[in-house]
Write a protein that binds this ligand. Structure first.
Ligand code: MN
Length: 696
C-alpha cells in the first residue's frame, strides 16, 4: 500500500506548488472515515482510495484531483457528509467528490436500468468536470486490479462486463491507452478465462526461447539490414492477450495463423531504403502470401505511408513488419496518438495538466445543451468514433460515418451553415463523403450559403441534424409565402378592376388575418380558396361573372420539394417527366428545374442544388425537337399526322434552315413523359420524309 509520504513525494515531483496540507488532510480524513472497513482482499478499505490517488499521480494531476481520489468513497460508504467535505476541503474538491459519488450510485443500480438511461447521466456528469471521469476511471482500474479477491463469481463477471463495455471504451476515447489495455486485459481474464489462459500460455511458450524474444528478433532484423548497409531503427512490441483474441475472433484464424502477436517497425532513411529493406527482409525470411501492402506508392486516404508485410520468422513464427521513413513515421504518429495520448506531456515536467484534458473539455463544450451532448456522445459510445483534424490541427471527434457537414457543425454552427464544399486531405470531395480517422478536413464556405435539406440524407450528428431541420423549417415557410404571393397575384389579375393597398388591408381584416404573410400562407396552403380571396378583396365580385377564368397551370409534381413550393421548368433544357432532374434554388426566386445534362447547370454553381425526382402524377411537359425533313410537298402533313396519332400537341414550330432539298425545324411538343417522347421520335424516324429527328 502506498504510504502518505510516498504519495506526497510523487505529487511534489511534478508539481512543487501542490497544496500538501490539502492532501495530508484528505489522507487523514479518509483513513478515519473508512475506519475499520475492509476490502475483499482483507486490506483496510482506505488503502483503495490511496491507490487510486497513486494511479492518478502517474497522470500528473493537480492537488484537487488527488484529494478527490483520496476522498472519493467517503460520502457513499461512510458517515461523512458533503457539507463536511466542503468545509474541510473547499468547494472544488466537494464538487468533484460529489461528481464521483454520483457516478458510483449509477454503478450500484441494476443492470437493465443502467444500460441506457444512466449511461446518459454518467456522461453528463463527466461533462461537468473531466477530472471526475479521471478519478472514476482510476477507481475502476484499481477495482479491476483487485477483482480476483471478490468471491461472488457473478459479481466479478458483472464488473468485468461493465469495464469492457463502458470504462475501457471511455478510457480509449480520451486517449488513455494504458488504462484501456490494462482494463481490457483484466476484464478479458474474467470474462473468457479459457481463452485468456490459452493465449497467455501461447505467449509464454513464445517467451520460453529464452531472454526477451521481441528484443532478439528486433536485433536480428536490425543486424540483417545493417549487413547490407541499411541503418534502421527497429521497434518491436507484443500485442496484449485481449487484442490477440479479438483479432482471432474477427478474422476467424487460429493463433498460429495470426501474424499480429508480434509487430515490428523498421524506420529507415529514405523511400528507396524502404523498398530495399523490404527486399532484404523477403530475401531472408519467406513472406506470408496476401499480407503485403504498399502504402507508399498508394498512400491511405489520410496520407498514411508505410510498407506492411508479414514473414515467417525462424521457428515458424509469423511476425508483422512495417517499414517506413522517419518522415512517414512522424506523420503516422502525428495522428491520433500524438495529439491525444497522455504520454505527450510526460517530458514537459513544468506542466501540471495534460493538453488532452483541455482538448477533451473543449470537445465537450462544443455541445450546446445537455440533449445535444447526449445525442452525439451516446452515438460515439455505441458506434465507433473517428477523429478528424482542422487545417490548424485541432482535433474534432465525430461518430463513424460522419460527413464533412457534420465536421463543419462540430467546429462551429456558422461554419456548418455556410458550407459549400470540403477538401479532405487536400482534395475536393463530395459533402456526403464519410470521413475516415485522421482525415484533415478543410471546409469551403460561402456567406450566401444556407443549410440544405438534402444534407439530412447523410449527416449523422445530432447537432448537424438539429441545425439543418431548424433552417429548413423557416425556409419552408418562406417558400410557402412566396408561392402564396404568386397565386395571390394571379387572383388579383382576374378581378375586373385594379386594387390599391387599402383593399388588401380591408381583405386582411375581413379574413381575420393579421398580416400579408399570413394571407399568402393561407392561400398557398389552400386554407382559403380563390373565391374567398376575391370576395374579401372586392365584395360581390366573384358572383357577378366579372372575374376572368383562372390561368392554366401545369399539373406536375416533383419529389424532393416541399409541397406547394414554387418552381419553374427551365427554358433551356425543357425537362419532361422521366428526365433526370435537379433543382437550382437562388435567393428570392423559386426553384428552377433542369435536366441533369443541361449545359446551363454550370451557371448554377452559386445556387443551392436540390435533388429532385418526378412525382407519379406528373402530367407531361414540353419537349423540344429538331427534325430535318425532305423538301417535298405534303411532308409536313405527314409529320403532323404522326404527332396527332400519338396524341402529342404541337405548341411551337419554327423553320431554322432551308438547305436545298432539306428543311430543318425546331418543334415544341407537349408529351406525357420520356417513353412517350421516345415512341414519337421512333415513329418520326421511321417515315421516309424524316431525315433526322432529335430531342434538343
Ligand atoms: Mn472506489
Amino acid at each position: 500500500m502506498l504510504r502518505q509520504y510516498e504519495l506526497l513525494e510523487r505529487v511534489r515531483a511534478y508539481d512543487p506548488d501542490a497544496d500538501e496540507a490539502l492532501i495530508n488532510r484528505a489522507y487523514v480524513f479518509s483513513m478515519k472515515a473508512h475506519g475499520s472497513q475492509k476490502r475483499a482482499s482483507g486490506d483496510p478499505y482506505y488503502s483503495h482510495p490511496i491507490e487510486v490517488a497513486g494511479i492518478l499521480t502517474d497522470l500528473r494531476l493537480d492537488d484537487e484531483t488527488i484529494a478527490t481520489a483520496i476522498l472519493h468513497d467517503t460520502i457513499e460508504d461512510t458517515v461523512a457528509t458533503p457539507e463536511e467535505v466542503e468545509r474541510l476541503f473547499g468547494p472544488n474538491v466537494a464538487r468533484l467528490v460529489d461528481g464521483v459519488t454520483k457516478l458510483s450510485k449509477i454503478e450500484a443500480q441494476s443492470e437493465n436500468q443502467r444500460a441506457a438511461e444512466n449511461l446518459r447521466k454518467f456522461l453528463l456528469a463527466m461533462s461537468g468536470d473531466i477530472r471526475v471521469l479521471l478519478v472514476k476511471l482510476a477507481d475502476r482500474l484499481h477495482n479491476m486490479r483487485t477483482l480476483h479477491f471478490i468471491a461472488n463469481a457473478e459479481k466479478r463477471r458483472r464488473i468485468a462486463r461493465e469495464t469492457m463495455d463502458i470504462y475501457a471504451p471511455l478510457a480509449e476515447r480520451i486517449g488513455m491507452y494504458e488504462f484501456m489495455t490494462e482494463m481490457q486485459t483484466l476484464a478479458f481474464r474474467e470474462l473468457e478465462p479459457d481463452a485468456y489462459q490459452s493465449i497467455s500460455k501461447r505467449l509464454e511458450q513464445l517467451h520460453k526461447g529464452g531472454g526477451d524474444l521481441i528484443d532478439r528478433i528486433g536485433r536480428g532484423i536490425r543486424a540483417h539490414l545493417e549487413a547490407s548497409g541499411i541503418e534502421a531503427q527497429v521497434q518491436g512490441r507484443e500485442k496484449h492477450p485481449y487484442s490477440i483474441w479479438r483479432k482471432m475472433a474477427e478474422r476467424h484464424v487460429s493463433f498460429e495463423q495470426l501474424s499480429d502477436v508480434m509487430a515490428f517497425r523498421a524506420i529507415v532513411g529514405t523511400e528507396e531504403d524502404c523498398y530495399r529493406t523490404l527486399g532484404l527482409i523477403h530475401g531472408r525470411w519467406p513472406m506470408v502470401p496476401g499480407r503485403f501492402k504498399d502504402f507508399i506508392s498508394t498512400p491511405k486516404r489520410n496520407g498514411y505511408k508505410s510498407l506492411h508485410t508479414s514473414v515467417i520468422h525462424d521457428e515458424q513464427m509469423r511476425i508483422e513488419i512495417q517499414i517506413r521513413t522517419g518522415d512517414m513515421h512522424a506523420q503516422a504518429e502525428h495522428g491520433l496518438a500524438a495529439h491525444w495520448a497522455y504520454k505527450e506531456g510526460k517530458d514537459e515536467a513544468a506542466r501540471t495538466q495534460h493538453p488532452w484534458i483541455s482538448d477533451l473539455v473543449e470537445i465537450l463544450d462544443h455541445a450546446g445543451s445537455a440533449e445535444e451532448l447526449l445525442e452525439h456522445t451516446r452515438m460515439a459510445m455505441y458506434q465507433d468514433r473517428i477523429f478528424a483534424f482542422t487545417p490548424k490541427g485541432e482535433l474534432i471527434q465525430l461518430p463513424k460515418g460522419a460527413s464533412p457537414v457534420d465536421f463543419a457543425y462540430a467546429v462551429h454552427t456558422d461554419l456548418g451553415d455556410q458550407t459549400v464544399g470540403a477538401k479532405v486531405n487536400g482534395r475536393v470531395m463530395p459533402l456526403r463523403t464519410p470521413l475516415d480517422n485522421g482525415d484533415q478536413v478543410e471546409i469551403l464556405v460561402s456567406k450566401a450559403q444556407h443549410p440544405q435539406p438534402t444534407w439530412l440524407n447523410f449527416v449523422v450528428t445530432g447537432k448537424a441534424k438539429a441545425k439543418i431541420r431548424r433552417f429548413v423549417k423557416s425556409k419552408e415557410r418562406e417558400e410557402t409565402i412566396a408561392l402564396g404571393r404568386k397565386l395571390f397575384d394571379e387572383i388579383v389579375q382576374r378581378l375586373p378592376v385594379p386594387l390599391g393597398w387599402e383593399a388588401i388591408a380591408e381583405a386582411l381584416r375581413r379574413l381575420h388575418l393579421h398580416d400579408d404573410d399570413a394571407l399568402m400562407e393561407a392561400i398557398a396552403l389552400k386554407r382559403i380558396d380563390d373565391v374567398q380571396v376575391m370576395e374579401a378583396l372586392l365584395p360581390g365580385s366573384a358572383g357577378k361573372g366579372q372575374v376572368k377564368p383562372p390561368p392554366q397551370r401545369q399539373a406536375i409534381s416533383i419529389k424532393g420539394l416541399t409541397p406547394g413550393v414554387a418552381f419553374t421548368l427551365a427554358e433551356c433544357c425543357h425537362p419532361i417527366p422521366g428526365d433526370r432532374i435537379v433543382g437550382l434554388r437562388r435567393e428570392g426566386t423559386g426553384i428552377e428545374v433542369h435536366a441533369i445534362g443541361c449545359d446551363r447547370l454550370a451557371d448554377g454553381i452559386d445556387a443551392d442544388w436540390v435533388d429532385l425526382a418526378w412525382g407519379n402524377e406528373s402530367d407531361g411537359g414540353t419537349a423540344r425537337l429538331c427534325i430535318v425533313i425532305k423538301n417535298e410537298p405534303g411532308s409536313l402533313a405527314v409529320i403532323t399526322s404522326i404527332l396527332g396519332n400519338h396524341g402529342a400537341n404541337i405548341v411551337s414550330l419554327d423553320q431554322k434552315a432551308r438547305d436545298g432539298s432539306f428543311h430543318t425545324f425546331t418543334l415544341g411538343l407537349e408529351v406525357h413523359d420520356v417513353p412517350h417522347l421516345m415512341r414519337i421520335l421512333a415513329a418520326l424516324r421511321a417515315t421516309e420524309v424524316v431525315s433526322t429527328a432529335e430531342r434538343i
